[in-house]
Design a protein around this ligand. Sequence first.
Ligand code: GTP
Ligand code: MG
Length: 201
Amino acid sequence: MEIKHADFVASFPNESACPRERRAEFAFIGRSNVGKSSLINMLTSRRSLAKVSGTPGKTRLLNFFLINKFWHLVDLPGYGYARVSKSEQQVLAKLINDYLLNREQMLVAFVLIDATINPPSKVDLAFLDHLGENQVPFALIFTKTDRLKPGAVQNSIQAFSNEMLKTWSEMPKYFISSSHTRAGRADILEYIESLLKVTPA
Ligand SMILES: Nc1nc2c(ncn2[C@@H]2O[C@H](COP(=O)(O)OP(=O)(O)OP(=O)(O)O)[C@@H](O)[C@H]2O)c(=O)[nH]1
Ligand SMILES: [Mg+2]
């Protein structure tokens, strides 16, 4: 899929405030600093559609983008960021849950996993278990792989799979990406396109 148009729509404080139109939606989520804004900019080939911040944990709203005037890309707040207060974390967790568990338009949540973190983060694994328990469809995107040698990328994914397979019977669909080299871009966009084709508008 070529991305010809990528426009910011608006930010919403909760699911019920989100657009009611029945456009297919793909959400992007991950721990703060995982490289989410960079990935969204890389996918859309826009330098600063999503802000790449030096200050982690900035996104506190559901940010909607309209892609090719057809589907919505949704940038969700990061989870599990230790440096925000407990009460703030609860507010964010509630917002994320409210969206992921209720949003009928959402076809897949892409959960970003920092490939440079090995052993795998328990926060990520717990989040995926939580999605599974609530039947939220998701795929994984391993980020920042340019920082590792290919063997280390494979080790990291293997370690993550080993942990996941303690609670899951199989690995979900996953992608290997880098916002710096644009690795993974074609595969992720092709996957999105394949789901748009089989889903009636
Ligand atoms: N080497 C490398 N660095 C990356 C990559 N993606 C992001 N980064 C760096 O990681 C840091 C965080 O990137 P962001 O895209 O702002 O991450 P985020 O998940 O949106 O972070 P918050 O919204 O602040 O929680 C920045 O310093 C980026 O330059 C990547 O693919 N490779
Ligand atoms: Mg961000």
